[in-house]
Ligand binder design. Structure first.
Ligand SMILES: [Zn+2]
Length: 252
């Protein structure tokens, strides 16, 4: 039995047995971890408020061989993010992020870049809750990319030619990016503004991306949401649970 220690973002908790909870968290070192927190629903629990969703905590846990559910030993708050839960829209956005991370990430598969990206998006939301929707789009693009579901946006998926900055990419129902010649009139041309936004996600941190996106027209934000939701919907073979009702309605 090994004792492991890592930084973790609490994503979701469920009540379990009489006084316990199951905690699903994204960890810095071990990927997505599901842990039992024994006795954490008792009045005097050693876990205190450390297992509230979107708390950043330092956790230690025991893992027995061949057991998927680990046993949480300790959780120490690094940053609570509790203030974010006062805003219903922010809370729904965070829950959406947490749900997608859980849907996309295979358990116990280390993905440090994913951890850093989610943490950076959370910090960006902390700094500017009014940019929530733009930061969620950034999060979606990066989640797709880091889990290997983002089509190559820089070159034509058919002839492999790299798009120049002024040229429109066409996206068909198969969600492959193609040049005008290869698309042969089928598919929809992405706006130049959207293509520039997509490129910006790849070079900017989420907070800077959100700031620079404030001058971007509403129609481009909508176009980006449509694209990311189609890409995510394809991966999940359905629209994401909250994505279809929450996100799209808010960007309209
Ligand atoms: Zn082509």
């Amino acid at each position: 039995m090994a004792i492991l220690e890592t930084e973790a973002l609490i994503l979701r908790t469920y009540n379990f047995a009489e006084a316990d909870k199951i905690v699903v968290c994204l960890t810095h070192t071990f990927g997505l971890v599901r842990a039992v927190a024994k006795g954490c629903r008792k009045l005097k629990s050693r876990f205190g408020a450390s297992l509230e969703p979107f708390t950043l905590a330092r956790i230690t846990y025991y893992q027995k061989e061949n057991q998927e559910l680990v046993s949480l030993n300790q959780a120490e708050i690094i940053k609570s993010h509790f203030d974010l839960s006062a805003q219903a829209e922010t809370l729904a956005g965070l829950a959406y992020m947490g749900d997608l991370v859980i849907e996309f990430s295979p358990p116990y598969e280390p993905n440090e870049r994913l951890f850093r990206m989610v943490k950076a998006c959370l910090e960006a939301i902390c700094q500017s809750q009014s940019d929530l929707q733009v930061i969620l789009r950034y999060f979606e693009i990066w989640l797709l990319r880091l889990e290997g579901y983002l089509p190559d946006m820089r070159r034509c998926g058919e002839c492999d030619r790299v798009f120049d900055e002024k040229e429109a990419a066409f996206v068909n129902t198969d969600l492959v990016f193609r040049c005008r010649d290869c698309s042969q009139g089928s598919g929809r041309a992405l706006s130049k503004m959207l293509q520039s936004q997509l490129r910006a996600t790849q070079r900017l941190a989420p907070f800077v991306f959100a700031q620079e996106s404030r001058v971007v027209p509403e129609s481009t934000h909508r176009e980006m949401a449509e694209l990311t939701h189609r890409l995510i919907g394809r991966v999940l073979e359905k629209q994401p649970r909250l994505g279809s009702t929450f996100n799209v309605s808010h960007v309209r």
